[in-house]
Design a protein around this ligand. Structure first.
Ligand code: B16
Ligand code: MG
Length: 218
């Protein structure tokens, strides 16, 4: 194992909850039903793809021009940025800071593969930017999760082979992307939400260097 490539939302910090709240406000304003089960489908996918799924659910896909959709996406992002502006290092999920410290000490590469255009801002708010050898620039990625491109780019940025990497994800689309990249996939959540993962942990508190090394198979 030469590198660990992390998802952000739902793995390093629970900004997944803020995405849920921000989309929930927009859906309510448009009278579109929105719940946690449906929200699972939005995890790991881009802002515009998320909006398309929400509008389709409300049968409103044809009601908005591209400009109108852009305006809705900006509205959601403004609310999301308001919520994440209050993020502090106390919002780092359990076990993550200790794992990052162990990985650095062991000189194992660390990359971030987040679909979020707000990822760098959030890492800075969490005071974790220092740990990352690479933060994949999502604006340069042509195909989002479940396509493996973002994880393959993370491995390339670190100069390691995909087979030597572990990817950690909380979304089904993310697990698919890790496996498509030929990496070992660690899922955070319930086994039913993490189909295809090589191992699943219920919470990030279970993650550590020794735990990852004991399960890792190339
Ligand atoms: P933004 P991840 C993803 O982050 C979220 O899971 C997903 O819900 C969100 O739509 C996407 O980022 C884009 O985020 O609107 O901030 O650009 O899980 O890949 O770290
Ligand atoms: Mg995620």
């Amino acid at each position: 194992m030469k590198a660990v490539i992390f998802d952000l939302d739902g793995v390093i910090t629970d900004t997944a909850e803020y995405h849920f709240q921000a989309w929930g406000s927009l859906a309510a304003a448009l009278s579109i039903p929105f719940d946690r089960e449906f929200n699972e489908q939005l995890k790991g996918i881009s802002r515009t793809e998320s909006l398309d799924k929400i509008l389709a659910r409300g049968n409103l896909s044809d009601k908005f021009s591209e400009e109108g959709k852009q305006e809705l996406a900006t509205r959601k992002n403004t609310e999301y940025q308001r919520l994440i502006s209050a993020v502090t290092p106390s919002d780092i999920l359990p076990g993550i800071k200790a794992l990052l410290t162990e990985l650095r000490e062991a000189r194992i590469g660390i990359a971030l593969a987040s679909a979020s255009k707000n990822a760098t801002f959030i890492l800075e708010r969490l005071e974790l930017a220092y740990y990352f050898d690479s933060v994949v620039d999502v604006t340069a990625i042509r195909h989002g999760k479940p396509d493996p491109e973002i994880f393959l780019t993370g491995a390339a940025n670190l100069g390691v082979q995909p087979a030597d990497c572990i990817g950690i994800e909380d979304a089904q689309a993310g697990i698919q992307a890790i496996k498509g990249a030929g990496m070992f996939a660690v899922g955070v959540g319930t086994p039913s939400q993490m189909q295809g993962a090589d191992i699943v942990v219920a919470t990030t508190a279970e993650l550590s260097l020794s735990m990852l090394e004991s399960h890792f198979i190339r």
